[in-house]
Unconditional design. Sequence first.
Length: 134
Amino acid sequence: MYYHNNKTHCSTVTKERRERLKSEGICVMCGKNKAIPEHILCEKCRNIQLRRDRIRRMRAHKKITYTDAVYMGLCTQCKKEPSIKGKRLCQKCYDKAMIGIEAMHAANREKKNKDHIWRGLNNTTFLKDEKGGK
């Protein structure tokens, strides 16, 4: 109630406090610790602010980005389940990825890499003429 009755006074006092702390090199959020060089927040408050910004951004867009998923420890594929320790995928997505990798390797073994891009480049680069020379 006090704030609504004295809105202009509160905003003026807050701005003055912020400017004073900023000029002294003190964190404008907590007012206790020294601010990081070229920033107005200390390390602890900056991490809090970054976390709040990410949460706000996710709520606004209702979409979790790859970076946000990594930061939150979620699977980067489905962005719902926690990731396996040392990996960026949950167990379910990891199993799917391994099945896909095995299928790709099987297909390459079956073709014996005849259609692989490097084979075509090597054939054109090291093409021999009819006499057996280059």
